[in-house]
Design a binder for this molecule. Sequence first.
Ligand code: C2O
Ligand code: CU
Length: 485
Amino acid sequence: MIKLNRRQFIALGIGGAGVAIAGNWLRQETISSQPVPQSSVDLTPIYQSNDGLLELDLEARERIVELAGRQASLLTYNGQIPAPRLEAKPGDKVRIYFTNNLQQPTNIHYHGLHIPLTGNADNVFLEIESGKKLTYEFQIPNNHPSGTFWYHPHLHGLVAEQLFGGLAGLFIVRGKDDEIPELKAAQEEFLVLQDFSINADGKRTNSAHMSLMMGREGELIAINGRINPSIALSKGGLLRLRILNASPSRFYRLALEDHSFYQIATDGNSLSEPIEVAQLLLTPGQRADVLIRGDKESGQYSLLNLPYDRGSMGMMGGRGMMGRNNRDEPITLATVNYEYAVESMALPSKLNSISALPEPQTVRRFELNHGMSPAVGMAFLINGEPYNHDVIHTQVKLNTIEDWELINTGVMDHPFHIHGNAFQIISRNGQPESLLALRDTVLVKRGETVRIRIPFRDFAGKTVYHCHVLDHEDLGMMGNLMIEA
Ligand code: C2O
Ligand code: CU
């Protein structure tokens, strides 16, 4: 089997219990007998688990980094944009020695991972003050799906600002999907999509009130911190792109000139077989894993971001109030280059077996809208209420299955995310959903009703659900969920 241009990064664990890796990592190039062009698409440091333990120091801090040829002052984990990629396997322990050197409090959410929601795990109610440390510690269950997950701050009121500053990184669970021969043979690349708003002095610019209502978007779109990087594709080969929308509000509607995507995973869960799609819509928080076949004429092809209208406040009109993609031309985000040829590779025919979840014990309705709230003024609301830290908005029982009907009566799209448990879409506007898939974030378009089915498994405790346009979340579109043992 020919494997080309597969750069290998090896995270070096320092032996001995309790010793942090302290930022040491070593990059190694694979020796290849053929000329291998350096891909500029992904130079992110990687930490991998070793002997069942993923252990690292992680520091949140404002740093000057190079972005789009400028020096920009961004919020980083370990000085990196995007943050280091973490890789572990089902059954592994994870220990993250976290230091908050931001000027404000923060915490970390492990988006999509099915791990404890309490203690020093995926607990969004922890608050780590500026200058303080916390050790995150959890185990990835043995039966955890392999897939693309991520981590980012989640302190209510500061989430959009901290993500917009750059704080986001991938968390990959390597498992049985990665052993599928066709996927093993494919060239794997990771794309973290982020947008930034930076002025001429390299300072992050503040968002105006209306853009907060809409959800802030930056004019600079970067993939792995780079503008229009090139991605190598071999003629005959398969390219596996694992894509994360880590922007606080921007939606991406991706298309690759003259090529289809063969989607193999939605968020952190693989599909039962690849499905061919011409375009890929990714809302904030969502991930997609796709294969691209190198079966066209050699050359260069643009990975485009197509316009998408996610609605507007609609009161005053004007550019500042709409989702930017609403009016823009397609933008080239990256360029795919045919660089050399390999023996023709096939798509995998079978990936995973997914079965439909059994009927729910309970059905609930959640209305998504914005409006005036006596306590806070203009707010984003779920069932007419803005988020209240002190209230349990929804109480469910562990080991039950529920259907949630998400009804968007507003004028903007809302991607709805639930922490801790992946769900299936049952229907949209009463039409049964044909694709059987597991997700953790689902788009509910304005005027739309989406029914989802959620199994509450393994982990009891308090967590949240919310709109993943993070300004909407910060402005109230979130609820506390208590999973009762
Ligand atoms: Cu990615 Cu509650 O968020
Ligand atoms: Cu929203």
